[in-house]
Design a protein around this ligand. Structure first.
Ligand SMILES: Nc1ncnc2c1ncn2[C@@H]1O[C@H](COP(=O)(O)OP(=O)(O)OP(=O)(O)O)[C@@H](O)[C@H]1O
Ligand SMILES: [Mg+2]
Length: 455
C-alpha cells in the first residue's frame, strides 16, 4: 500500500499543486483538505501516515491543527509549511508541539520529498518499537507464567498488587520454580518497565568483584581498576535491579546493600563521594534466609528490609494440577521451535511424568520435554521416550499430610498415593493396603476418586 498523505491548505490551488507533485514523482496517495476541521474529519474516516499543513489558515491555524492531531493520533507525522524564512516563531512552536519538521515557502520539491521520506522512516521505527514492547510484555508478563493451581493464583495476585509499587520484593522458592520469571513479570508490570531490568547473579562472582559490579569503582581503586566504571545500581537508576541468589553475598556487601535500601545512596568503590539513585530492588533466593539469619550468616536487619513483600513459589510437586498445563505448553513450544510435529504425550507416559517428584521443578520439566520433543519419532511421546531416570523413579513412597485434616481425608489421600505408586493397578494396591479388592473399589467410589483411576 502506498503511504497516505493529507495536504491541508486554505488555498486550494496550492494544495492541488502539492498533491500533483507528490503523486507524479513520489508514489504517494495524496488527499487534500481546505481547512483544519475538514482535515480532522478526513482523518477520523481514513488513516493517513503524514499530514502536511500550511501554517496560516483562517479559524484553525496549522499549529492548532498539529496540536489536535498529536492529541488524537500521535503516530501521524506532521510537517508544517511556514511563510517566510524570517518568520521563525511558528516554526519553533511547531517543533515544540511535536511536528516532524517545518519547511518554508516557496516549497522546494526535493526538500519536501526528503522530509516525507524521513518522516515515514521514523514512523516505521516507532511502530516497530511499539511492537517490540508488546512482544516484551508478552514475553515477560504474567501471560508467560503457566499455571492455574490455587498456589499460583495467590502468586499472581501478589504480583499484581506489588508490581506497581516501589516495594522491595523477595522471591523465594526451590531451584527452577520460576523466580526469575516472576522478577521479570514484576518489572514489566511496573511503571519502570520502559527501562530494562538490570540483573546481577550474586553467586557468580568473587565477592570483591561483586562489590564493584554492584556499586562501580573509580580509576585506581584496586589493581586492575584502570578505568572508572559504573555499577549495576547506577545502570538500574529509574529501573529495577534483580539480585539473584541474594543469600550468597558476604557481610561487608550486606552492609553496603542495607545502606542503599535505607537511603538510596551509593558510593563507587574507592570513592568518597556518593550519589543518589532511584532503584527498585527485586531479589531472589532458593535458600532459607531466616535460617542463615539464625546462623549469623545473613544480617537480620537486611533480611527484614528485603522481605517487605515475600513471594513464595511452590515446588512443582505441590501443584500437580499445573503439570498437565506446563507439559502442553512446552510440547507446543518446542515442537514449533524445533520444527517437529509432536502433538502430545501418551497416557502411560503422562502417568510417569505425574508421579515423578521433579526435584529440579519447572526447569527440569522444561528441559525434559524439550529433549523428548527433539528425539521423538512419532506424533505422540511414548513412555519409552522418557529419560531412564524418570521412568525408573518411584515417587512418593511416603505421603506428607498436614495435621488438622480428618481421618477420612487421610485415608483418601493415602489410597490415592498408593494407587499412583502402583500405576493405578488396583489388585496390587489392594494387596499393599491389606484390604480386599472389593473394599478398594467401594472406597474409590466413596471418596469419589474415580476420575483419577479411570483409563
Ligand atoms: N510457571 C512457569 N511457566 C512457564 N515456564 C516456567 C514457569 N516457571 C519457570 N519456568 C521456566 O523454567 C525455567 C526456570 O525458571 P527460573 O529461571 O525463573 O527459575 P528460578 O526459580 O530462578 O531457578 P534458580 O533458583 O535455579 O535460579 C525457565 O526456563 C522458565 O522460563
Ligand atoms: Mg534463577
Amino acid at each position: 500500500m502506498k503511504p497516505r498523505i493529507l495536504v491541508v491548505d486554505d488555498e486550494e490551488k496550492a494544495a492541488r499543486g502539492i498533491k500533483r507533485l507528490l503523486e507524479i514523482s513520489g508514489g504517494y496517495d495524496v488527499d487534500i483538505a481546505c481547512h483544519g476541521k475538514e482535515a480532522l474529519e478526513k482523518m477520523g474516516e481514513e488513516a493517513f501516515n503524514i499530514v502536511i499543513t500550511d501554517y496560516k489558515m483562517p479559524e484553525m491555524n496549522g499549529l492548532e491543527l498539529l496540536e489536535a492531531i498529536k492529541k488524537q493520533q500521535p503516530e501521524v507525522e506532521v510537517i508544517v509549511i511556514t511563510a517566510y524564512d524570517t518568520e521563525v516563531g511558528p516554526a519553533v512552536d511547531a517543533m515544540k508541539l511535536g511536528a516532524f519538521d517545518y519547511i518554508t515557502k516557496p516549497i522546494q520539491t526535493s526538500e519536501l520529498k526528503i522530509q516525507i521520506k524521513k518522516a515515514l522512516e521514523r514512523q516505521k521505527l516507532q511502530k516497530e518499537r511499539v511492537l517490540f514492547q508488546e512482544e516484551l510484555d508478552k514475553k515477560y508478563g504474567l501471560d508467560n507464567i503457566i499455571g492455574n493451581s490455587p498456589a499460583m493464583q495467590k502468586v499472581y495476585e501478589k504480583i499484581r498488587l506489588v508490581a506497581p509499587t516501589n516495594a522491595t520484593v523477595l522471591i523465594t522458592g526451590e531451584s527452577g520454580t520460576g523466580k526469575e520469571l516472576v522478577a521479570e513479570a514484576i518489572h514489566r508490570l511496573s511503571s519502570r518497565k520502559d527501562k530494562p531490568l538490570v540483573k546481577v547473579h550474586c553467586a557468580a562472582l568473587p565477592m570483591t568483584l561483586l562489590e564493584s559490579e554492584l556499586f562501580g569503582h573509580v580509576k585506581g581503586a584496586f589493581t586492575g581498576a584502570v578505568n572508572t566504571k559504573a555499577g549495576r545500581f547506577e545502570m538500574a537508576d529509574k529501573s529495577s535491579l534483580f539480585l539473584d541468589e541474594i543469600s550468597e553475598i558476604e557481610p561487608f556487601i550486606q552492609v553496603k546493600l542495607l545502606r542503599v535500601l535505607q537511603d538510596q545512596f551509593i558510593e563507587r568503590v574507592g570513592s568518597t563521594r556518593g550519589f543518589q539513585v532511584d532503584v527498585r530492588i527485586i531479589c531472589a533466593t532458593n535458600r532459607k534466609l531466616e535460617e542463615l539469619v539464625k546462623k549469623n550468616k545473613f544480617r537480620e536487619d537486611l533480611y527484614y528490609r528485603l522481605k517487605v513483600v515475600e513471594i513464595e513459589l511452590p515446588p512443582l510437586r505441590e501443584r500437580e494440577g499445573d503439570i498437565q498445563l506446563l507439559i502442553d505448553h512446552f510440547v507446543k513450544h518446542f515442537s514449533r521451535i524445533h520444527n517437529k510435529e509432536v502433538e502430545g504425550i501418551a497416557p502411560n507416559a503422562l502417568k510417569v511424568l505425574y508421579q515423578y517428584p521433579w526435584p529440579g521443578n519447572i526447569r527440569q520439566l522444561r528441559n525434559t520435554i524439550e529433549s523428548m520433543v527433539v528425539l521423538c519419532r512419532s506424533r505422540t511421546i511414548q513412555k519409552k521416550d522418557l529419560p531412564e531416570e524418570i521412568q525408573k523413579s518411584k515417587r512418593k513412597n511416603n505421603v506428607r499430610m498436614p495435621l488438622g485434616i480428618s481421618l477420612q481425608e487421610v485415608e483418601k489421600e493415602y489410597i490415592l498415593a498408593t494407587l499412583r505408586k502402583n500405576d493405578f493397578n488396583k489388585a496390587q494396591t489392594a494387596k499393599e493396603l491389606g484390604i480386599g479388592r472389593k473394599t478398594l473399589y467401594r472406597k474409590i467410589e466413596e471418596y469419589d476418586i474415580h476420575s483419577f483411576t479411570a483409563e
